[in-house]
Design a protein. Structure first.
Length: 461
């Protein structure tokens, strides 16, 4: 905390830096490399048409992420703030649009991500202990109940357990890569009789659909904006964090996909719903299937828990800034967490689990639900770079995007294309997600605090 006008940016940096560059890389990489990589390779391959194109799409995802990281490197090093995109949008477009972003995080982006990850847990847990026709949905609901209860009663997952579960995910990745690259364990000649349905006939739509799932799996590096104020190594630390993180993530995803394609075969990958489990089943048998499925499901709990915590904090902050949602900011002195924020988030999650159950494709429906809203605000975040350069041309910028304005323009065009794609091929999930976003607009006209006063209070935080 600092008072406006009392501390310079440099003083603020010197007092708040706590995370090393290596620590920042570990945090960002850990937020990105999650359970999604065990689910999306089959969907991407099914919409690519060939092994080479599949790998090319994953490489392109890394390039687009790097373009975005360059933009975020300038924004976060110039305007370090725990508010992240909320802060950039507030400075560029004012409190009303920033509110809509906070609304979107509360009702669509964060909550949709929680349910999306919970369905991954459900899919893999069902490989070991199926619970009937709605097995995946039941596991998803149990995940939300379990983690909400843990956070409400002040029983956070211990750091040792957290490290253990993350280590389990890394071991799972290493095991899949080793199996895929070991000729003695590969059985790519076996091809399932049933192939995946629903891939678009149009090449353009197939490409757009594939890139949505690629960039979904890359999603999370932008969360570095929320830790930018805590990064050491002066003001270019966040730049190094983003560069190194994107490099590690891209290499990891290419390696995993290459291993699956080589060890399991392209047709097998495209036909699988739980590609990691099916690959291990074919290569090593049912006993190893249970081990890898449990490993993936258990390790995914840490990712869901992290998203639930940050999501509840976003709800809490929204309640502080806007009186209409004040009930979300109630945090009793004897409470371990913002109770109402967690309960509201869980209620939204249960509604989305019901939606995923009714559409019979929970994970895909949640991707459809979140993608248009996510890319809309990602596009706006890219535009803020142009706006803030125009508004504050003399502002010291520790890092400047190279080849300006080409690089940010390419990123904005990529985000615009992804927004178009997420609306073009998707079904009911995208429609509902957009409607939920629009439902936040009336709140802008109920009670908006004095913007100038609110901005001053916000800057003081």
């Amino acid at each position: 905390m600092h008072e406006a006008g009392k501390n310079t940016d440099e003083e603020f940096f010197s007092t708040s830096r706590q995370i090393s560059v290596a620590g920042g890389v570990a945090i960002v990489s850990g937020m990105v490399i999650g359970p999604g990589i065990f689910k999306t390779p089959s969907i991407v391959a099914a919409n690519s048409g060939s092994e080479l194109m599949t790998l090319g799409l994953w490489l392109l995802g890394g390039i687009i992420s790097l373009l975005g990281a360059l933009c975020y490197a300038e924004l976060t090093s110039t305007y370090p703030h725990t508010g992240g995109e909320y802060h950039f949008l507030t400075k560029s477009f004012g409190k009303r649009l920033a509110f809509l972003f906070a609304w979107a995080r509360m009702t669509v982006i964060q909550t949709g991500s929680i349910v999306m990850l919970s369905f991954i847990i459900g899919d893999y847990a069902s490989e070991v202990f199926p619970l009937g026709m709605y097995s995946s949905s039941i596991y998803a609901a149990l995940t939300v109940v379990l983690l909400t209860g843990i956070n409400l009663f002040g029983l956070p997952i211990s750091s040792r357990l957290q490290i253990g579960l993350i280590t389990g995910m890394l071991l799972g990745i290493i095991f899949i890569v080793y199996t895929g690259l070991n000729p003695a364990l590969s059985h790519a000649a076996v091809t399932p009789a049933v192939s995946r349905e629903g891939a678009p006939d149009s090449t353009g739509l197939a490409f757009g659909r594939a890139m949505i799932f690629v960039l979904l799996t890359y999603g999370g590096w932008n969360e570095a904006a929320y830790i930018s104020v805590d990064i050491k190594r002066k003001k270019n630390g966040i730049v190094r964090v983003l560069f190194y993180s994107i490099g590690i993530i891209t290499f990891t995803y290419l390696l995993i996909n290459f291993s699956l394609l080589r060890g399991f075969g392209f047709k097998n990958v495209t036909a699988s719903e739980t590609v990691a489990a099916d690959f291990i089943l074919q290569a090593l048998g049912p006993n190893w299937l249970k081990i890898i499925s449990l490993l993936i499901a258990a390790s995914a709990l840490t990712t869901v828990n992290a998203v639930m915590i940050t999501g509840a904090r976003t709800n809490y902050a929204l309640g502080q800034d806007f009186r209409f949602f004040g009930f979300l900011s109630r945090w009793g002195s004897n409470e371990k967490s913002p109770k109402n924020a967690f309960l509201f988030q869980s209620a939204m999650a249960f509604l989305l689990i019901l939606l995923g159950t009714l559409t019979r494709s929970g994970f895909v429906t949640m991707v459809e639900y979140t993608a248009p809203v996510f890319w809309f605000f990602f596009l706006l975040a890219g535009i803020t770079l142009f706006v803030l350069r125009y508004k504050e041309p003399d502002k010291p910028r520790p890092f400047r995007v190279p080849l300006y304005p080409v690089v940010p323009l390419l990123f904005c065009l990529s985000a615009a294309y992804m927004l178009h794609s997420s609306l073009s091929y998707t079904g009911i999930g995208a429609l509902i997600g957009v409607c939920v976003l629009i439902a936040g607009i009336p709140f802008l006209f109920i009670k908006i605090p004095d913007e100038k006063k609110e901005e001053e209070q916000y800057e003081m935080r």
